[in-house]
Design a protein around this ligand. Sequence first.
Ligand SMILES: CC(C)(COP(=O)(O)OP(=O)(O)OC[C@H]1O[C@@H](n2cnc3c(N)ncnc32)[C@H](O)[C@@H]1OP(=O)(O)O)[C@@H](O)C(=O)NCCC(=O)NCCS
Length: 186
Amino acid sequence: MVTIRQERPVDVAAREALLDVSYGPVRFTKTSERLRVGRRPELSLVATDGRRLVGTVRLWPVAAGAGRLALLLGPLAVAPDCRQRGIGTALVREAVREAARRGHAAVLLVGDAPFYGRFGFSAEKTGALRLPGPYERHRLLGYELAAGALDGARGLVSARGQLESRTGLVPPATGRSRATRITRAA
Ligand SMILES: CC(C)(COP(=O)(O)OP(=O)(O)OC[C@H]1O[C@@H](n2cnc3c(N)ncnc32)[C@H](O)[C@@H]1OP(=O)(O)O)[C@@H](O)C(=O)NCCC(=O)NCCS
């Protein structure tokens, strides 16, 4: 049974190992990483199958141009032997649902439109935004949790929010802790 829940400090090593397997060392060179490094994520979710961590997604506070708050989704990864079972979909859906529940207005990411389009992400309103480094413009996607939240979005996407704690560990989850079972993924 696969379950989605908030990440705990004990998950960090397995999450990092999964990201290494999924992206390799290039993950540290991505422009979106500049918006994450040294920051505390707003939301960290993991998918677990029994005691094994099989998926991860995190969302980070950013400014989508001056004065416009948003979250940056990523990285998203599912263990190679667990793909095509709906876990990635469930992680994105739960992340977006929780972001909306917390009152956030928009989510950005750099990713493949053929995958993220199914959740409603598109490049329609991100063309005048820019990231602090190289990226493929058509892969900067946005999703409005509040209608019109990305209308007229323009300018630099920049990091905001709290700095990571000195231990590098994820702080205890605040608010209600929930676990979601995935029915499609056995
Ligand atoms: C992308 C990823 C998270 C998907 O996880 P998953 O658990 O296999 O996803 P799901 O089972 O929910 O969905 C699988 C569907 O997504 C599609 N898909 C997966 N990666 C895709 C991509 N990069 N582009 C387009 N479609 C993609 C699959 O073809 C499949 O389509 P189908 O439902 O029509 O058969 C996983 O493949 C992964 O970790 N990849 C390596 C890291 C990565 O590339 N992440 C970023 C993606 S932009």
